[in-house]
Design a protein around this ligand. Structure first.
Ligand SMILES: CC(C)(COP(=O)(O)OP(=O)(O)OC[C@H]1O[C@@H](n2cnc3c(N)ncnc32)[C@H](O)[C@@H]1OP(=O)(O)O)[C@@H](O)C(=O)NCCC(=O)NCCS
Length: 123
C-alpha cells in the first residue's frame, strides 16, 4: 500500500525542517490503515515501532511517499515495513529518507489481545 503526504509549514521544527514527531505519526497512521484494510474484521492498536533514526532532514514542500508492506504475521500481531521516500523514483536508494517496522496487535472490545482470527488473517 502507498500513501503520500505534503510537508507544510505547520509540520516544521524551529530549524525549518520536518519535525520528527509528525513523521512518526504518519508512519503509525498509515501502518494502522494498511492493517485495518487488509484485516477488516480486526481492531488494531500499535504495540511497537522498531529503530527510529532520522538521518536526513526534510524541507517544506516535499511530497513524501510512504510504502507500507506486510512483513510478518504472528498469533495476535502483524508487522509492517514502512519506507518513506522523497522524490519520484523509489528505486533510487538515496530517495529513502526513513524506514522502520511497525507492529500492531488485534484487540477485543475490552482492549485485550486476541488471535488474528479475522477473515483475511489466513491470506
Ligand atoms: C496491545 C496490548 C493489548 C498487548 O497486550 P500484551 O500483554 O502487552 O501483549 P504481548 O506482550 O503478549 O504481545 C502481543 C503481541 O505483540 C508482540 N509484541 C510485544 N511487544 C512487541 C514489541 N515491542 N515489538 C513488536 N512486537 C511486540 C508479541 O510478540 C505478541 O505477538 P504474537 O501474539 O503475534 O506472537 C497491550 O500491550 C496494550 O494495550 N498496549 C497499548 C496499545 C496502545 O494504546 N497503543 C497506542 C500507543 S499510545
Amino acid at each position: 500500500m502507498e500513501n503520500h503526504k505534503l510537508v507544510l509549514p505547520e509540520h516544521l521544527n524551529h530549524f525549518g525542517y520536518l519535525f520528527g514527531g509528525y513523521m512518526l505519526q504518519w508512519v503509525d497512521e498509515y501502518a494502522w490503515i494498511a492493517a485495518s484494510l487488509q484485516y477488516p474484521g480486526c481492531q488494531f492498536v500499535t504495540i511497537g515501532m522498531d529503530k527510529v533514526e532520522f538521518k536526513k532532514s526534510v524541507r517544506k514542500g516535499t511530497i513524501l511517499k510512504f510504502v507500507i508492506e506486510r512483513a510478518r504475521m504472528g498469533t495476535t500481531s502483524i508487522q509492517y515495513n514502512v519506507g518513506v521516500y522523497q522524490g519520484k523514483d523509489t528505486t533510487v536508494n538515496r530517495s529513502l529518507i526513513f524506514s522502520t517496522k511497525v507492529t500492531l496487535v488485534n484487540v477485543n472490545e475490552e482492549g485485550k489481545k486476541t488471535k488474528l482470527t479475522c477473515p483475511e488473517a489466513s491470506k
